[in-house]
Ligand binder design. Structure first.
Ligand SMILES: C[S@@+](CC[C@H](N)C(=O)[O-])C[C@H]1O[C@@H](n2cnc3c(N)ncnc32)[C@H](O)[C@@H]1O
Length: 330
């Protein structure tokens, strides 16, 4: 059974939407790439706020693409939607610019990482410990490896390493051994129960005991962290001077990568000792709009609980030519 394909069923409240719109309010006219389109909530808000911009929306999930396509249809040619993984961002942007004979460049890129509420809520997709369904968790359902493969085919040590690496789960070894002993597991309900039973009773009081394990398996199934650093680098390289890249992450593994790649863009990869002039000739590509990550306010979290764990980071592409013009240096 396939999930419903109507945007009415794809209810996802975009996180920090006003902040995102405000951060893109200064970027030059051009294309804003929404690399994680979901239901198109951020994309619609950006299209409304910036009539001089167009949006390229990318998502690897066919359901999201259908829903966002319907939602963005009223914007006509200002919204172009493509199903792809965001590690193909540079290629997709080049194709769209070519297909539309556009002479505009990229003024912004947004990454709103992870999964959407409808993906989690649809048991059939197999992402959630709260809804029983098949062990799937693939955002892109044309890919071969699903959660069932990770859970039923990995050796215990490999499974424990995956759970630990992608979720910092303290009881990763106990959980992995319990999963291996209970195999084959066929449903999210079975997996959630095996994990919950493997966790010591006091730890079961700290939120749902299977939350971290489900997150780790989802990240492994979708190669979420493996492709993130390169995708962020590609996004920053695409930006026009003054263009901005915003990344919103929802767990520490994602945020560490965003922080590191944004810092790399800001330093140009310079590794000269701090406090001394740079001698390695590194050229910064971007500057921090804010050095620290931003979080949601209590009011935002109350209105949209998904915002609770968000960390938003943003960098702006440097205009090297302006910095070289004498009048701009004065
Ligand atoms: C948090 S939701 C985005 C919600 C969206 N901002 C909105 O307003 O509805 C994340 C979306 O990114 C997609 N996604 C996650 N990783 C991806 C990747 N590597 N490539 C393409 N899409 C991805 C997911 O399928 C999901 O639809």
């Amino acid at each position: 059974m396939h999930p419903p394909s109507s945007s009415r069923a794809f209810a996802h409240t975009p996180v920090l939407v006003e902040r995102v719109v405000e951060l893109f309010s200064t970027v030059p006219a051009g294309w804003i790439v929404d690399a994680t389109l979901g239901g198109g909530g951020h994309a619609a808000a950006m299209l409304e706020a910036r009539p001089d911009c167009r949006v390229i929306g990318i998502d690897q999930d066919d359901w999201a693409i259908t829903a966002a396509g319907e939602r963005l249809a009223p914007f006509g040619e200002r919204a172009v939607v493509r199903r792809a993984r965001f590690d193909r961002i540079a290629e997709v942007v080049a194709e769209v610019i070519d297909d539309t004979n556009s002479d505009q460049g990229v003024s912004g890129v947004l990454f709103d990482l992870g999964v959407s509420s409808p993906q989690l809520d649809e048991g059939e997709r197999g992402f959630s410990y709260r809804h029983d369904g098949p062990l799937d968790m693939r955002m892109d359902r044309s890919r071969r490896r699903s959660a069932a493969d990770v859970v039923n085919r990995s050796a215990a040590a490999e499974l424990a390493a995956t759970i630990r690496r992608y979720s910092d789960e303290r009881y990763a070894t106990r959980i992995a051994n319990a999963i291996v002993a209970a195999r084959p597991l066929r449903s999210t309900g079975e997996l959630a129960k095996v994990v919950a039973d493997a966790v010591p009773a006091p730890a079961r009081r700290l939120g749902h005991p299977a939350r971290r394990t489900f997150q780790a398996i989802r990240i492994a199934v979708n190669d979420e962290l493996e492709i993130l650093a390169d995708s962020l680098d590609q996004a920053i390289d695409l930006l026009l001077p003054g263009g901005r890249c915003i990344a919103m992450s929802y767990h520490s593994g994602e945020d560490r990568i965003v922080k590191e790649r944004f810092r790399h863009a800001v330093t140009g990869g310079c590794e000269c000792p701090p406090g001394l002039p740079c001698r390695c000739g590194a050229t910064p590509k971007a500057s921090f709009v804010r050095r620290r990550s931003q979080q949601a306010s209590p009011a935002e979290v109350e209105a949209n609980p998904r915002a609770e764990s968000v960390r938003l980071r943003v960098v702006e592409a440097i205009d090297h030519e302006a910095a070289d013009r004498p009048e701009e240096r004065a």
